[in-house]
Structure formats: C-alpha cells, structure tokens
Design a protein. Structure first.
Length: 190
C-alpha cells in the first residue's frame, strides 16, 4: 500500500507579536527554536484514510524551560518534555514509523524548515526536500482557494476540530481530514 505521512510540529516559542521581525533577539529566538512535539498520521495515498498515528514529545536542550507563552499556545508544559527523548532519538523513531512513505506533508513550509534546522543541529539527515509536499499548496490545487490557516480550512468544510489546536497530533489529524475533503471536492468538480 502506498502511503503519505502528514505531520505537524510544535517548537519552543516566545511572544514576538509586538517586536520587529528583524530584531536581533527575535532572530536569535527563531534560530534557537527546537521541536518539542512531533505528531503524524499515515494515510492511504488513494483514499486519504488515516491508517496509523505517531506522537512523541521531544526534550529541548537550548531552552529547556518552556515559556508561559509556549505553554499557553500549545498546552505543552515543561513537565511534558523534561524526560522525553532528545531530537536525535525521537526523529529516527519518527522516520522508522513513517516507513518510507511516497511523501511527507506539512501545512506550510515551516514544518520542513524546522525538521531541517533540528537535523542540522544534531548532525542528522532530514528526509529529502523532494519528498516534502506543502499541504497549503495541495489545498489550493484541490479547491482553488488560497491555503491560509488550518483553522480556516477546517471551517470551510464545516469540520469539528478534533483535539487541541496547536498540538502536533491534533493539527496533523485535522490536516489529513481537510486534505481528504479538498481532494473529494476536487473530484466532484471533474
């Protein structure tokens, strides 16, 4: 069976909404972001049905104490990640679970860029950029609508958000459901 892996990440973060994106502190924080959760669903490439799930917390090392902003956004607490695997252990488990899908899909470019950044930090090899598909672009291809936020896409199809927003496993699951609806809508038009 040919599969796709739709994944989402949560990472260490700070409240930067009132700061200039070129502020040296903001740039440093962006470079120091570390994955704290990997959530993924494996789907059948033809039906887009979910056939398996993967979720793990990841222990950050550069900023081991999560900010209150990060906890408020993601609901992930420092106690959730303190004893989790380091990225160098968690990422290979994720790749082994994925078991060579035809493609990895994330909602936007951020997820691949963060995987690449963390892999570089730990001297690991990220999966090939050629195996990465941007879910927002797929959404636009299927629906003709610009793929903005995942929440807007969920509402477009009148889906109920399952789980907790800004939790990797919940966002990955909802991305799969949105892309399945978008693909089905595309085929109805043909």
């Amino acid at each position: 069976m040919s599969t796709l892996v739709i994944f989402d990440l949560e990472a260490t973060c700070w409240d930067t909404k009132d700061k200039d994106e070129n502020d040296p502190e903001v740039l440093k924080q962006r470079q120091e972001m570390e994955i704290i959760e990997i959530g993924a669903v494996k789907i059948d490439k033809k039906t887009y049905e979910i056939i398996d799930t993967f979720q793990t917390f990841v222990q950050p090392v550069l900023n081991p104490l999560l900010t209150q902003y990060c906890t408020n956004l993601t609901s992930i607490k420092s106690s959730d990640v303190n004893n989790a695997d380091l990225f160098k252990e968690a990422y290979p488990k994720f790749i082994q679970w994925a078991n060579n899908p035809s493609h990895f899909i994330g909602w936007g470019q951020y997820d691949y860029n963060q995987i690449k950044q963390d892999c570089e930090r730990w001297s690991l090899h990220p999966f090939s950029p050629g195996k990465y598909l941007n879910g927002k672009i797929l959404y636009k291809k299927y629906t003709g609508h610009k793929g903005r936020g995942l929440r807007k896409a969920v509402r477009k199809f009148n889906l109920q958000f399952e789980g907790t927003p800004h939790r990797a496993i919940s966002d990955a699951t909802m991305t799969a459901k949105v892309l399945k609806c978008a693909k089905e809508e595309c085929y109805k038009k043909k």
